[in-house]
Design a protein around this ligand. Structure first.
Ligand SMILES: C[S@@+](CC[C@H](N)C(=O)[O-])C[C@H]1O[C@@H](n2cnc3c(N)ncnc32)[C@H](O)[C@@H]1O
Length: 339
């Protein structure tokens, strides 16, 4: 376990040294001089618009360079693929690319729950804080005749067991699809460094950190439905496609995969990604993460009013921003593609 991380800068530093150390120790340089493919291809999956993706890529490249240098080998060229959903703002990402970068950059749009790259074309895959997004809300969640129907809530916190199970089943299927796709895309001995948010508690009640803020957002939507500003039916069928797997279940999924060897696995403090300093920052963090799915479901007409209401409620209950008892951790895992 890592020590408590109390500010954002220290958090990012800890994540950086973890990735750098893992790659530096475990990356095997290509020493076969007959090999015509001399470039190293790296993909960051769920990259968003930066800057975290640029920091992670730089760490990975520095760690690989170190390996080549220490073995007296010529430094290879690097090709980096930045992947996210088609709705991601790739223009902003490209504008923010570091001007002094020592790699070729390309954007790859599409879901990582499926193939994105040709077979055996990647040397390193990285993904951080993205694999808690499931590919879709399970069908039964919005089916009124199902025991897993989640009417009156927008997430599985405080929901019946059937709702939690439906999310968990979707998560397991998605993770298996993700691992299978990457197993085809990575070269033999290729590495995959994942930082996956997971829940330390198995109970998803009102104390569950992310549940609390999703519940509060849900009350804003319900208020707007009462005032007929949004359609009640639309609120009933809206669910956030995010799942924080119980840590032990996530580890089981990773351990039961046959294509990869687990080289390193440890938990990190999830606060490294988010330290809110005030209600506005807290709300903008959630808005950035959620506005795409809200807009897809309701259209963009409601976003400003919804998040204005949410900000007011967060200011009324500032304790909601307290991360002291955060029951989410980041699982860092380094996987090696079996040859
Ligand atoms: C919280 S952000 C993490 C951004 C960045 N990796 C970081 O560590 O700060 C999660 C990102 O995952 C992306 N994402 C979610 N599901 C995805 C999928 N199926 N395929 C590709 N990207 C996805 C989201 O669009 C979002 O940009």
């Amino acid at each position: 376990m890592h020590a408590d991380i109390t500010d954002l800068r220290v958090g990012i530093e800890a994540a950086k040294s973890l990735i750098q150390g893992a790659i530096a120790n475990k990356f095997y340089p290509n020493t076969n001089s007959n090999n015509s493919r001399k470039q190293i291809c790296i993909a960051d999956l769920g990259c968003s618009t930066g800057p975290n993706t640029f920091i992670a890529i730089q760490c990975i490249i520095e760690a690989i360079e170190l390996q080549y240098k220490s073995q007296g080998l010529a430094i290879p060229e690097f090709q980096v693929f930045f992947n996210d959903q088609i709705s991601n703002d790739f223009n902003t990402l490209f504008k923010k690319l570091p001007s002094n970068r020592n790699y070729f950059a390309a954007g790859v749009p599409g879901s990582f729950y499926g193939r994105l790259f040709p077979k055996e074309s990647l040397n390193v895959v990285h993904s951080s804080a993205s694999l808690n997004w499931i590919s879709k809300v399970p069908k039964e969640i919005t089916d009124r005749s199902s025991a897993a129907c989640n009417k009156g809530r927008i997430h599985y916190t405080n929901a019946p067991k059937e709702v939690v199970d439906a999310y968990a089943n979707q998560y397991q299927k998605d993770m298996e699809i993700f691992l299978h796709a990457r197993a085809q895309e990575l070269v033999g001995n290729g590495l995959m460094a994942l930082q996956i948010p997971a829940a330390t508690d198995v109970t998803f009640d009102s104390d569950f950190y992310c549940g609390k803020n999703f519940e509060l957002l849900g009350t804003c939507l319900l208020d707007m439905a009462k005032e007929e500003k949004v359609d009640e039916e639309k609120v009933d069928t809206f669910n956030i496609p995010i799942f924080f797997s119980p840590l032990k279940d996530l580890i089981k999924i990773l351990e039961s995969n046959d294509d990869f060897i687990i080289e390193q696995m440890e938990t990190m403090d999830a606060k490294s990604h988010f330290i809110p300093v005030n209600a506005q920052m807290y709300v903008s963090f959630h808005r950035a993460a959620l506005e795409g799915v809200i807009e897809n479901h309701f259209g963009n007409g409601i976003l400003d009013e919804l998040f204005h209401r949410y900000t007011k409620k967060v200011m009324e209950i500032p304790a909601i921003m307290d991360l002291q008892n955060l029951n989410i951790v980041g699982l860092f895992v380094l996987l090696r593609r079996k040859v």
